[in-house]
Write a protein that binds this ligand. Structure first.
Ligand code: C2O
Ligand code: CU
Ligand code: CU
Length: 505
C-alpha cells in the first residue's frame, strides 16, 4: 500500500513538473514570438532609391536592358559586410521602365554559381518569356526574352523563380521593380518624378545573425521565414526627406512570407491610387492597406511643412486563431520608414477625381469556372509537378476562378500573365483595395474569393504559366500549379520535367 502510494506520488510529481516545463516552454515561445520595432527605430539611414536601369534602342526600336545576376557583399550596417546577391549590384536591382506599346528585351546574364530564373511578376507576355521555372538560366548563360508591353501603367516587379529555391534566391537579394507608363498615367496630375515625389518602396523583413543573414524558420512558423526587422530598398532604419506637398509611394511587399498592414503612425489618411496591375478608377481615402507577399499598392500621402510621420505596419487580426496570429506574424508591427517634410514644400495639385478606366474583365462573358482549394500540401490536393499541366484555358476567353482557403493558416494566390478583377470575397463585394487590377491577393483562412480573368495572350500548348501561393516557402514546397493557354480546340502539350531548355551561351 505505502509502496504504491510512493510510486503514485513520484508519478504525480513527475506529471506536475512535466506540465510546468511544457507550459513554461509554451509561455516562453508565446511571449517571445511577437515582434515589434515600433518606437525602436533610430531612422538614421537615408533611404536608398534603386537607380533607373540604363537602356538603349536597337535598330528595330526595341528597348534593350541588361541585367546581371551577381554575388557580392552589402554593408547594411556600416563596417559589417553581409554576403548578398543582386542585379547589376550587390543587393536588389535597378528599376526597369517602359511605355505601353514599346518592344522590350532584357538580356539576363547569370554570373552566379547556381542556375536561376528571372520572372516578370504582373507582366502580360508570352509564356516562353515569363521567366518561370521552365526558363532556367544556367551559370554563365544569358537569356534574352522579348515582348511588347501591352497593358496599362503599373508597378510591376521581377524576381527569380527556380522551382524549390525561390525563397532562397529572393532572400539573398534578387528583386527589382519594373514600372510601366502609358498615355493616361502621363497626363494625370499625379506625383511622377522618380526618386523625388514618386518613391519606390521595396519592403522586406530580415533577421541578422552577426553580419550575416539568418534565414532559418522558427519553431511553430508554418508560413515560412519571418524576420524581426524591416528594410526598405535595402536600407535599414530608413528616413526620407520630402520636399513636395504630395508624395506617391509605390509599395511592394517583396518579403517572402510576411504580410503587412500599412498606415501611418499618426493615423493620417492617404489616397490609394493603384493596385498590382495599375491605377484605380478613382482615388480612395484609406488609413490602412494590407499587402501580402508580391502585392503592390500606389498611395499618395500629403505632408505639411516641417512635420514627420512614420510609415508603419500594424498588427492584423485576420490570420485565423490566436495561435496563427502570434506565431505567424499577425500580431507583429514595424516602423518601416520615417518621412521628414522639409520646412518649405513645393505645392502639389489636388488628386484628380477620376484616374483610369479599368481593363480587367467583369466576368459577364465568362465561359467557364474553375475551383482552387489552397492547402500547404498542394493546390486541389496536388503538389506542383514540372511535367504536369493542371489547367488548360482557351485563348480569348474569360473565366471565373474560385479560390478557397480553409487550411488554418494564411495563404495568398498569384496568377501569371494576367491582371484579374476580384468579384467577391466571402460572398460580398470586395473592399476598395481589391477593386483595381490584381495579380496577387491575400487569402486568409476561412476565405472564399471569386475572380474574373481573361486570357488574351498567344497560345502555347507546351509552355505553362504558373499560379501559386506567393508565400515563397509554400510555393517551394509545391503549392503551385501550371496552366497553358491554347487556341480553341487545341490540346495541352507536355512540358519537360527538367529545368532549362533555354540555356544560351
Ligand atoms: Cu512573383 Cu510566380 O511569382
Ligand atoms: Cu508572377
Ligand atoms: Cu501559402
Amino acid at each position: 500500500m505505502s509502496r504504491l502510494r510512493r510510486v503514485l506520488i513520484v508519478l504525480g510529481s513527475l506529471v506536475v513538473v512535466l506540465a510546468l516545463v511544457v507550459g513554461g516552454l509554451f509561455w516562453w515561445l508565446w511571449s517571445g514570438a511577437r515582434v515589434s520595432t515600433v518606437g525602436d527605430e533610430a531612422f538614421d539611414h537615408q533611404l536608398a532609391v534603386p537607380p533607373l536601369a540604363a537602356s538603349h534602342l536597337d535598330r528595330d526600336g526595341t528597348r534593350v536592358f541588361d541585367l546581371k545576376m551577381q554575388a557580392g557583399e552589402t554593408e547594411f550596417v556600416q563596417g559589417r559586410r553581409t554576403a548578398t546577391w543582386g542585379f547589376n549590384g550587390s543587393y536588389l536591382g535597378p528599376t526597369l521602365r517602359a511605355e505601353r506599346g514599346e518592344k522590350v528585351r532584357v538580356r539576363v546574364h547569370n554570373t552566379l554559381d547556381q542556375a536561376s530564373t528571372v520572372h516578370w511578376h504582373g507582366m502580360h507576355l508570352p509564356a516562353k518569356m515569363d521567366g518561370g521555372p521552365h526558363q532556367m538560366v544556367a551559370p554563365g548563360a544569358t537569356w534574352a526574352p522579348q515582348w511588347t508591353i501591352d497593358q496599362p501603367a503599373a508597378t510591376l516587379w521581377y524576381h527569380p523563380h527556380p522551382h524549390g529555391e525561390t525563397e532562397d534566391h529572393v532572400q539573398r537579394g534578387l528583386a527589382g521593380l519594373f514600372l510601366l507608363d502609358d498615355a493616361v498615367s502621363g497626363r494625370l496630375p499625379l506625383p511622377k518624378r522618380y526618386g523625388v515625389d514618386d518613391l519606390p518602396l521595396i519592403v522586406q523583413d530580415v533577421r541578422f545573425d552577426g553580419a550575416g543573414f539568418d534565414h532559418g524558420h522558427k519553431m511553430l512558423q508554418n508560413v515560412g521565414f519571418l524576420g524581426d526587422r524591416t528594410m526598405v530598398n535595402g536600407t535599414l532604419s530608413p528616413y526620407r526627406v520630402v520636399s513636395d506637398e504630395a508624395v506617391r509611394l509605390r509599395l511592394l511587399n517583396a518579403s517572402t512570407a510576411r504580410t503587412y498592414d500599412f498606415g501611418f503612425s499618426d493615423d493620417r489618411a492617404f489616397a490609394l491610387v493603384g493596385t498590382d496591375g495599375g491605377l484605380l478608377e478613382r482615388p480612395v481615402s484609406l488609413k490602412r492597406v494590407q499587402l501580402s507577399p508580391g502585392e503592390r499598392a500606389e498611395v499618395v500621402v500629403r505632408m505639411r511643412p516641417g512635420e514627420r510621420t512614420v510609415l508603419r505596419s500594424f498588427a492584423q487580426d485576420n490570420y485565423d486563431d490566436s495561435f496563427q496570429q502570434r506565431f505567424n506574424g499577425g500580431d507583429d508591427s514595424f516602423d518601416v520608414l520615417q518621412l521628414r517634410a522639409a520646412d518649405t514644400l513645393r505645392p502639389s495639385p489636388e488628386l484628380p477625381a477620376h484616374l483610369a478606366r479599368l481593363e480587367v474583365p467583369d466576368g459577364k462573358d465568362a465561359v467557364r469556372g474553375r475551383f482552387f482549394e489552397l492547402k500547404k500540401s498542394g493546390i486541389n490536393g496536388r503538389k506542383m509537378a514540372m511535367d504536369r499541366i493542371d489547367e488548360t484555358v482557351t485563348r480569348g476567353t474569360t473565366e471565373i476562378w474560385t479560390i478557397r482557403n480553409t487550411n488554418g493558416m494564411p495563404h495568398n494566390f498569384h496568377v501569371h500573365d494576367v491582371q484579374f478583377r476580384v468579384l467577391e470575397v466571402n460572398g460580398h463585394a470586395p473592399p476598395p483595395q481589391l477593386r483595381g487590377p490584381k495579380d496577387t491577393v491575400f487569402v486568409p483562412n476561412g476565405t472564399t474569393m471569386k475572380f474574373a480573368l481573361r486570357f488574351d495572350g498567344p497560345a502555347d500548348p507546351d509552355t505553362p504559366y504558373m499560379y501559386h501561393c506567393h508565400l515563397l516557402y509554400h510555393e517551394d514546397e509545391g503549392m503551385m500549379g501550371q496552366f497553358v493557354v491554347v487556341d480553341k480546340g487545341q490540346k495541352a502539350g507536355r512540358p519537360s520535367a527538367g529545368a532549362g531548355e533555354h540555356h544560351h551561351h
